[in-house]
Design a protein around this ligand. Sequence first.
Ligand SMILES: [Zn+2]
Length: 712
Amino acid sequence: MRDVILRSIVLLVAVTMLANITTNTSHAVIEDNPLLAKWEGPYGGVPPFDRVQIPLFKPALEAAMAEQLAEIQRIANDAAPPDFENTIVALERSGASLDRVTTLYGVWGATMSGPDYQAVQREMAPRLAAFNDQITQNEALFKRIEAVYNSTAKAKLNPEQQRLAWVYYTNFVRAGARLSPEAKTHLSQINQQLAGLFTKFSQNVLAEETDQFIVLKSEEELSGLPQSVRDAAAAAAETKKQPGTWVIMNTRSSIDPFLSYSDRRDLREKAWRMFVNRGDNGGEHDNNAIITQILQLRAERAKLLGFPTHAHWRLENAMAKTPEKAMELMEAVWKPSVARVHEEVADMQALADKEGAKIKIEPWDYRYYMEKVRKAKYDLDQNEIKPYLQLEKLREGIFWVAGELFNFNFTPVTNVPVAHPDIRVWEVTDKTTQKHIGLWYFDPYARAGKRSGAWMNAYRTQERVNGEVTTIVSNNANFVKGKPGEPVLISWDDATTMFHEFGHALHGLSSNVTYPTLSGTSVPRDYVEFPSQLLEHWLSTPEVLQKFALHYQTGKPIPQAIVDKIKRSATFNQGFATVEYLSAALIDMKLHLAGDKKIDPDAFERETLAQLGMPKEIVMRHRTPQFLHVFSSDGYSAGYYSYLWSDVLTADAFGAFVEGKGPYDRAVAERLRKNIFSVGNTVDPAEAYRAFRGRDPKVDALMKKRGFATKS
Ligand SMILES: [Zn+2]
């Protein structure tokens, strides 16, 4: 499962504003603030990353909120009777300055953070939340939206316009536009409290990921680690000022390889405990009390809005529509995946016994013995694949795939500013017409202040409300930068993630809509991972492997024998991967179905997992105290199931290519572009899928992809 797609903070503040904005900042400062300026330069303007300074954020955010508030007042108090143009389209045009500022603010938060930034974030998060409420709670504004939505003139609008009116109306109602004034005030207080708690939660996890690490001091302690892991640990030791040692950081990209290869069982246990206890160590960075408060506030808010639970509120406008539907899918997949885990553990235990290890498989042994079983069963060593997976070659590979599927061409450009010298930019054009399509920023390397994981971010979405505006997107990752001139080699999993994030980027770049609110990746949460997960399938196509999986020394393509082994082992370890993910998704949903019960997160997690029959050899992919998807914003709350939901679509959709002429079938690719990648949220996802596939998705393809038995 890949990381959250970051749709910049813009999304959080999409329909928003701030009460009692007091901009004491002098006028001169505001006028000079480059973060507020219209983007200049080529391609319809580009983000001024070279002009960002942390002290500029607060005055820029304040001024931009004030500006949008004034725009909202004008729309709400318009003397003319409400119509689509003077209300909905006017709203689409509002908030341009704030969009620009929050894009930069979001990029800094995710990739250039530090104590100064975090202080601004702590102050501004509740104010941005209050600002949002000030817009959605504007009585006069909602009356106008409601009038447009209910008017007979709506029938004359085109389908995209009708959907936009529906989206505005629904979003406002869902945000409490119909509540009494007292209830609105109460709701806004809840939202501001939540924003503060979300910020604290994330900063606590970041602190434990930064402050805790394991120092290895001897060859003996490095036993089993391949050279790439040693190199990364040596580089980490430098950043942690531990010269002459090797450092295992408290992040997934550092811990997972260590658990996979370290022969030292005692150190594996130590590393595993450090990682799974992030946010759960007592003391100032403990997240348990924060979680209890977040859950109570969410339950209270759901009640206020007329929903039985937070999960019901969140899923109402998702593709799944109800928590019951999402639970049904999760439960159907849970049993066969647990059964598979027991088989996997039996294989590992047998191997450990044969080696005379005299151990019982524990969670810190899983990845280690998994690699041994992979080797024994499929004669496949992950380190055997790595020399063929060069970061830059794979980047060329994803460009090539985009050319084959969507007729895109990528050309490097150096005429735009970037936030850090490691970031590179490409212009995307149509291969045939040379028409400009957008920009793709690539920020591949880990650095201090950058959040872990990989994600896509939209800096500017495609639209044509005032003439054509083109897409600007970025892909971000945390690869360890190689020595100058040396290629960066990545794992098969990391290569899959690259294709995944690029799938999100293509979703943004393919957008062909009129209104920004409906553009690109602005689709329901349980649908957004579908295009990205689909792209993962192209990594293992023979075309990509032969052209781009080239040995970093010989330049020769990956041998067919290894490719065959990769194929044969495709469903290997799916029990672990599915249970690790699904246990987290089930806990997320159950926490948000529990209503206003006061929850002790540790006890809830323990008891629920016991009831589910969680295999004791596995831990949740994200334990509750570090579950950023769920507690760093409302984003994926009661929504972590989305990856599985989307994967049902993904597996089923790839079947359309298999049933056709294969992964590069132009006709199927065109249907995909036309019905899925280009439409954004202008069409109901279920209908869009039907238009592409000719029927509703079936779960069989997913079960087959993961190697689970199905009844039929
Ligand atoms: Zn994703």
